[in-house]
Design a protein around this ligand. Structure first.
Ligand SMILES: [Zn+2]
Length: 275
């Protein structure tokens, strides 16, 4: 394998859900969804990237920082959702790295409409020569930035923004990293530019769903008639473009394994929709 330039770290995981959770998401799942999206995008863009976890796995700080140090990457960022009642994104870089990577990424996040509260460093209370956060402190020579996309307990718009637009923010970070590292950036190819008046809507199946029934177009979408099952939990959630609707709360989507199928996605099932 090519030596990665970047290693992505989905914060928390497994027995550690992360504090940036609320009734809509668990921080560990949101971090993983963002990270897997970015990982796929770097593949498309030809940016050699590694990732510390690809599923809901527990990593101790020692395991996590070792993976980063031994990855061969020059850069790392760790994806998080904040808590504490503020609103907006925050980026934390090491006192030893320069802040250029954090700044480039923050500029792109800001350009999506998400406010950036601050880009900063923090040191141990008793030692101003040591970073406060272990991802800044114990990742060796790998320049590591902590990205907090927003607050899970915001009184302002973060909860709605992250729920609806997490992919947009994830993409902004990809763009910022490409610009920082000198890799050419291209927008995702599935963004519909051919018909700008008609908004594409995406169906998101949550990461906590084990399996989801799908039906052939000829079949009545009811239990027993399944064409197959999707496995959202295996992929940290799944997202499909909605191609049409065959009846109330039943949508037409295209899946890689089953082709065009119908899916039942009443809001009560946990499915969400985004543009
Ligand atoms: Zn976190």
């Amino acid at each position: 394998m090519v030596k990665p330039i970047l290693i992505i770290d989905p914060g928390h995981g497994g027995s550690d859900p992360g504090g940036g959770s609320n009734k809509y998401w668990m921080e560990k799942d949101m971090n993983l969804a963002i990270s897997l999206y970015q990982w796929k995008r770097y593949k498309e863009l030809g940016v050699p990237a590694a990732i510390t976890r690809k599923n809901d796995q527990t990593l101790t700080p020692i395991q996590r920082t070792k993976l980063v140090r031994e990855s061969g990457a020059m850069y790392c960022y760790t994806n998080h959702i904040n808590a504490g009642g503020g609103d907006g994104a925050e980026l934390i870089h090491s006192i030893y790295g320069d802040k250029k990577m954090a700044m480039e990424i923050s500029t792109e996040i800001r350009s999506t409409g998400q406010n950036v509260r601050r880009v900063f460093t923090r040191t141990l209370p008793n030692n101003p020569r040591r970073d406060y956060y272990y991802m800044n402190r114990d990742t060796g020579s790998v320049v590591t930035v902590i990205i907090e996309y927003g607050f899970a307990d915001s009184k302002e718009d973060d909860i709605q923004q992250i729920n609806k637009h997490w992919k947009r923010y994830a993409e902004a970070v990809v763009k910022g990293f490409c610009q920082f590292s000198g890799y050419p950036y291209k927008k995702p190819t599935n963004s519909k530019s051919s018909n700008p008046t008609q908004e594409t809507t995406y169906l998101q199946l949550p990461a906590n769903a084990e399996s989801w029934r799908i039906y052939s177009l000829e079949a009545q979408p009811s239990k027993g008639n399944e064409r197959g099952f999707l496995r959202p939990s295996k992929f940290g959630g799944l997202t499909y473009e909605i191609l049409g609707s065959t009846q109330n709360h039943v949508y037409l989507i295209h899946t890689r394994d089953f082709g065009d199928v119908q899916i039942y996605a009443h809001p009560s099932t946990g499915a969400t929709f985004s543009n």
